[in-house]
Design a protein around this ligand. Sequence first.
Ligand SMILES: C=C(OP(=O)(O)O)C(=O)O
Ligand SMILES: [Mg+2]
Length: 401
Amino acid sequence: MTLITDIRLRRVLDSRGNATVEADVLTESGGFGRGKAPSGASTGEYEAIELPANEAIAKAREEALPRLIGEVHAGNQRDVDAALHAADGTDDFSGIGANSAVAISMAAAKAGADVLGAPLYQHLGGTFRGNEYPTPLGNIIGGGEHAADATNIQEFLAAPVGAPSVEEAVFANAAVHQEVHDILADRDLPAGKGDEGAWAPSVSDDEAFEIMDEAVETVADDFGFAISFGLDVAGAELYDDEADGYVYDDGVKSTEEQIEYIAGKVEEYDLVYVEDPLDENDYEAFADLTAQVGDQTLVCGDDLFVTNVERLQAGINADAGNSILIKPNQIGTLTDAVDAIELATASGYESVVSHRSGETEDTTIAHLAVATDAPFIKTGAVGGERTAKLNELIRIEDNAV
Ligand SMILES: C=C(OP(=O)(O)O)C(=O)O
Ligand SMILES: [Mg+2]
């Protein structure tokens, strides 16, 4: 029933206005699924390779489609993804492009779910999955590679840890976003938005910490539950080999100073989440910070682990971090992403399923987070390509998909 009978690939727009790959998968019994590849800006050095959309489409048509159409069942996700790897023939999807691979992988999963008549999260997670919903981490203030002339730290993320439901959590994050707008207006600080819809004011990181703290407290009082906050430092973007340290507007921090700085902020603001606080090649520094604050906060590897089981295993061996960011396009297929989540869970690491800064209206990651019982999902706070996932989570919670 789920035998793949056709795959169509096309170029569509992402949220930055760049071209990305959209895949349609059709099955023998009329099942249909559509997936779109997102795209990063602060990409990790070890990520799977995204090709220009036209090139990725041409390569996938030539190499992958003959191995999938009439050959593989969309309901067997591991077979679909193994065929994508075989068609690619490299370690990093540079043959057909991770953008073609992930679009086809997600489209096949949706086609499989369509034939089964089940929601995607049910197809991916099975009937024995847990009944947890992820807490959404909402990007509220940001800079780094996502906005010019703004904070050095890439993302200040609201974390509504006390929310009684996904719906309340999503609305709390939107309220924090609005509250920050009001605080910025009171301080006469004009702000545009970065790639993910976060405010991108020209303020110091210290001022951004203060503003976040004030905003989450105000909204927590209004909503009546705890809201904390966290960071994506995107440390690899700040680290500079020549400077031998982390380059901030107000000076360079050595690795030891960076560890001390982040540990200090975890204490001062009770941060619940710190992503990529250090460079993507520095397992040792991650381990040092984790030893200091890992019992208080999630120390999450994004560019460090790139959703890759080998890099995650190296981190587990080194006690580096205690959680992993999961971005399916960073590794190329849903199977690889789920393998990383399973290794993380088995090793006591938490998984945080994530969007990219360049996004589409695709909602697969909302389903993946629920399917795998991920405790957090990072998918913005506002903006159509972000609310596509947030609203889908609300629907999943409401049994309305
Ligand atoms: C979402 C992120 O940004 P990008 O997609 O640019 O890597 C991130 O760094 O976590
Ligand atoms: Mg990151």
